[in-house]
Write a protein that binds this ligand. Structure first.
Ligand code: TSX
Ligand code: MN
Length: 600
């Protein structure tokens, strides 16, 4: 069937196990895409949108029980439980294999089994890797066309003996003889998203949605790839990649990891407020970095599209995303307008008077329920983004000068803080946290740690992952990026955001850029290197002196209060936490205590 004997054996094995009615080897062509969308339309799950308003685009409504990733059913199946670590669900690989083999038996009866050869990263890039997804979902086939590179070129690159990650997926609902398929088949009672990092395999059963089913993204490009990267000395990260160019035409590449609800896609497509500066997008979600001959980390975006959260995306927050969505899109679980277009909360300042909601029910602004599901998604080719960087598909990747870590913090964490070296930067990444929005103004919300924004996506023990980061910093000859901790979400005593955010974040990026070129000043503080009061251009922002000092303050008391929380957090990982991180914590505490004493 293909030139690759290992792939052929696997296809035969899965065909025998799953008993599909038909088998299709996907070629990635536009005709194939159209066949999938026609099949989905005929099945009543996809609806073509008004071609005059949103050409070649579809609205898909999933089963209401299948709308998001399911972390409680996501497993890391390593031989040793300790290798999954306390933040992952672990299952014994043999046991999981046997459970899944039973579930997959005959699970594709009445359906077509699609074999989807895909490349994560530009085909032929030394930073890219190949996967093959077997799926019984035409929605998965169409989505993989947009989100990855699919087809013949991938098989050619794979050749006779190339390596690939087998990714097996079924919606888990065979069609009984003579019956027709449910519009959105799924099997939530028997859902499994299982990863085998030691043998580099993925098995997913029971869901057709997003990260559970498009196995190239979170499952491969983060969970399996993070385990590969550890073995092979590179980094697979939950990061955007952007190109920042100043008014003189100098440019640098920046990667950034942010937990959910921090506006990562918005930052990746930023429209800078500084005249003459531009931000161009290389990627909005995942970043693979390998060392080049020159010792720099070169990054690719392993994806070919954006699978973005729709609600909150509008002309005010992300005009580049809105422009990208002009056509050729799949929208899942958004609302539908009366003229056959789409809508979601935050798309326009005022909602339309009448809509059909994501469940297919009539909706008005008085309905009291969201019109779009909060996890509604757009699927669009990255090439359609007006801000996409010319070099986004460069085989050699782009050299990363700076890495940003950010969280949603109402207090304590300043607007920007530069690590003095890689180990301190790794420490910053390990303590990334977001506050659950506190009900009362000024009240400090409960902290939810999300180290490197990888909590649900690290395919092995998080503490081993931190050690891998420390080790990367000790690579001989490495010319490492500078690391920064940023926080757009600082609040004042009355509960309002101090920093305007969005396009004004360019002012912070400017400081980061100038630090990378050795041209901006910083002051050494107990918590890291901060801009001087005039180091960041705050002109024409109407920020009071109070606001500026809040943004750039070293909150010694706040940090001291956080030390025991970080200690307890590290302790929850046991013995594997790198000594280097304990040393970072101890020296931070020492500097804070010295500073408190000095000012007392
Ligand atoms: O995406 C955001 N970014 C990054 C933009 C490049 N959001 C949205 C977060 C939810 C996904 C932000 N929200 C940002 C931000 O920088 N900052 C804030 C907080 C904020 C919200 C509204 C205002 C200001 C700050 N409004 C006015 O000042 C009028
Ligand atoms: Mn993500």
């Amino acid at each position: 069937m293909t030139q690759n004997p290992r792939l052929n054996r696997w296809i035969e094995e899965i065909k025998t196990l799953c008993e599909p009615d038909a088998l299709v080897l996907c070629d990635g062509s536009p005709e194939e895409y159209n066949r999938m969308m026609t099949a989905l339309t005929d099945a009543g799950v996809a609806k073509p949108l008004n071609p005059g308003l949103r050409p070649n685009s579809y609205l898909v409504r999933s089963d209401p029980a299948d709308v998001a990733r399911v972390e409680s059913r996501t497993f890391i199946c390593s031989a040793q439980e300790a290798d999954a670590g306390p933040t992952n669900h672990w299952a014994d690989p043999d046991q999981m294999r046997s459970t899944l083999t039973d579930l997959f038996k005959g699970c594709m009866r009445g359906r077509t089994m699609y074999v989807i050869p895909f490349s994560m990263g530009p085909v032929g890039s030394p930073i890219a890797h190949i996967g093959v997804e077997i799926s019984d979902s035409p929605y998965v086939v169409a989505s993989m066309h947009i989100m990855t590179r699919v087809g013949r070129a991938v098989l050619a690159e794979l050749g006779t003996d190339g390596a690939f990650v087998p990714c097996l997926h079924s919606v888990g609902q065979p069609i009984p003889d003579g019956a027709t398929s449910a519009p959105w088949p799924c099997n939530p009672e028997n859902l499994y998203v299982a990863h085998f990092p030691e043998t580099r395999e993925i098995w997913s059963f029971g869901s057709g949605y997003g990260g559970n089913a498009l196995l190239g993204k979170k499952c491969f490009a983060l969970r399996i790839a993070s385990a590969m990267a550890r073995q092979e000395g590179w980094l697979a990260e939950h990061m955007l990649i952007l190109k920042l160019t100043n008014a003189a035409g100098e440019y640098r590449y920046v990667a950034g990891a942010f937990p959910s609800a921090c506006g990562k896609t918005n930052l990746a497509m930023l429209v800078p407020s500084i005249p003459g500066w531009t931000v161009e997008t290389v990627g909005d979600d995942i970043c693979w970095m390998k060392f080049g001959e020159d010792g720099q980390l070169y990054a690719i975006n392993p994806e070919a599209g954006f699978f973005g959260v729709a609600p909150g995306t509008g002309m005010d927050t992300n005009p580049n995303a809105m422009a990208a969505l002009h056509g050729n899109c799949i929208f899942t679980n958004v609302a539908e307008t009366e003229d056959g277009d789409i809508w979601w909360e935050g798309m326009t300042p005022e909602p339309p008077a009448r809509l059909t909601d994501w469940l297919g029910n009539p909706w008005t602004p008085d309905s009291g329920t969201p019109a779009a599901h909060p996890n509604a998604r757009f699927t669009v080719s990255a090439a359609q983004c007006p801000a996409i960087a010319d070099e986004w598909e460069d085989l050699k990747g782009v050299p990363i000068s700076a890495i940003l870590f950010g969280g949603r913090r109402a207090s304590v964490v300043p607007l920007v803080n530069e690590a003095k070296d890689w180990a301190q930067g790794t420490f910053f990444g390990s303590i990334v946290a977001s506050e659950k929005t506190a009900a009362a103004a000024g009240k400090i919300g409960e902290l939810r740690r999300d180290p490197m924004a990888m909590l649900p996506f690290c395919g092995y023990n998080m503490a081993d992952y931190w050690q891998h980061w420390i080790n990367i910093g000790q690579t001989p000859g490495a010319k490492l990026p500078k690391i920064f901790y940023v926080n757009w979400f600082r609040k004042d005593d009355s509960g309002g955001f101090v920093w305007p955010g969005f396009g004004e974040n360019a002012r912070v990026l400017e400081w980061v850029f100038e630090r990378c070129l050795g041209r901006a000043e910083a002051i050494d503080t107990p918590i890291g290197r901060l801009p001087t009061l005039t180091g960041i251009n705050f002109a024409n922002l109407d920020l009071t002196d109070d606001a500026i000092s809040t943004l750039l303050k070293v909150d010694v008391g706040g940090w001291l209060a956080e030390i025991p929380l970080i200690e307890a957090y590290y302790e929850s990982f046991g013995e594997k936490v790198p000594d280097a991180l304990w040393e970072q914590l101890a020296s931070l505490k020492q500097r804070l205590l010295a500073s408190a004493e000095h000012s007392a």
